[in-house]
Design a protein around this ligand. Structure first.
Ligand code: ATP
Length: 244
């Protein structure tokens, strides 16, 4: 579904962060990206989701070369790719449902894109909150929700336009084990039930080993390991992290 060839990213004047990164992503995969701090994980995710310009490389999505997307392709990419930041920007003073409804691409309200009424939109928003187990918290202000619940609101917000690929930067960072489990299970069922692909950075290797379908190990801006998820050997950990 998605093929990237030789993606490189250089920040001015000459900070090479990603070097010749190549990979393929299939529908329904849950890919965990692991690597040391500064290895380029966030930059990779931001490049994949077109939050960041590429210095060079080729992106083939659904058989179309969209390495240099025009306005129409950008619109389509924005709809098909959702990017979930490490600290999602939610409005703490607004309710969970209102935040979810703000999940719109290219500033176009859902109803312009789909012809829905605002009432239909509300129902759809609640549907997404239900998918992440927050149906009963829809009217609560986001500021009154726990960190894990806020992250789930952000996931529902990212999902509202039905992306095919969800790119999530540290979706469980700073969360307690129970919230972590909830969120990872949410992401996993999105892959399974909706055939969506998830690419997520995870700091805890055990989470990647346990829940992902595939693991990418990043070191100094290169994918040094790309394997079906399983317990990593010491040698593989050394390859990714250096000393372990
Ligand atoms: N806008 C920028 N300008 C210059 N250098 C940058 C910029 N953004 C990131 N970098 C550099 O790129 C490298 C990789 O950063 P990135 O945030 O992608 O790493 P990371 O693996 O996500 O790290 P962490 O796990 O600490 O979040 C770092 O050395 C960082 O300083």
């Amino acid at each position: 579904m998605l093929t990237v060839r030789n993606l490189s990213k250089v920040y001015p004047p000459d900070i090479q962060v990603l070097s010749q990164v190549s990979f393929q992503v299939d529908e329904g995969e849950f890919i965990a990206v692991i690597g040391s701090s500064g290895s380029g994980k966030t930059t990779l995710l931001r490049c994949i989701s077109h939050q960041e310009k590429w210095t060079s490389g080729q992106l083939i999505y659904k058989s179309n070369d969209i390495s240099k997307p025009g306005p129409l392709e950008r619109f389509k990419l924005g709809k098909d790719f959702a990017y979930l930041e490490e600290k999602p920007s939610l409005n703490r003073n607004k309710s969970a449902i209102k935040n979810v409804m703000m999940g719109k691409v290219y500033k176009a309200p859902l109803r312009i894109l789909t012809g829905m009424t605002s009432r239909d939109e509300h129902v759809v928003g609640m549907d997404y909150l239900e998918k992440v187990g927050l149906l009963d918290k829809g009217d609560k202000k986001v500021g009154q929700l726990s960190g894990g619940e806020q992250q789930r609101v952000a996931i529902a917000k990212a999902l509202i336009l039905g992306p095919k690929v969800l790119v999530a930067d540290e979706p469980v960072s700073g969360l307690d084990p129970k919230s972590t489990e909830y969120i990872i299970q949410d992401l996993k069922s999105l892959c399974k039930d909706r055939n969506m692909s998830v690419i997520a950075t995870l700091h805890q290797v055990e989470l990647a080993e346990r829940y992902a379908t595939r693991i990418w190990g990043l070191s100094e801006g290169r994918i040094v390991l790309d394997i079906p998820a399983r317990s990593l050997t010491l040698r593989e950990k050394m390859l990714i992290f250096g000393e372990v």
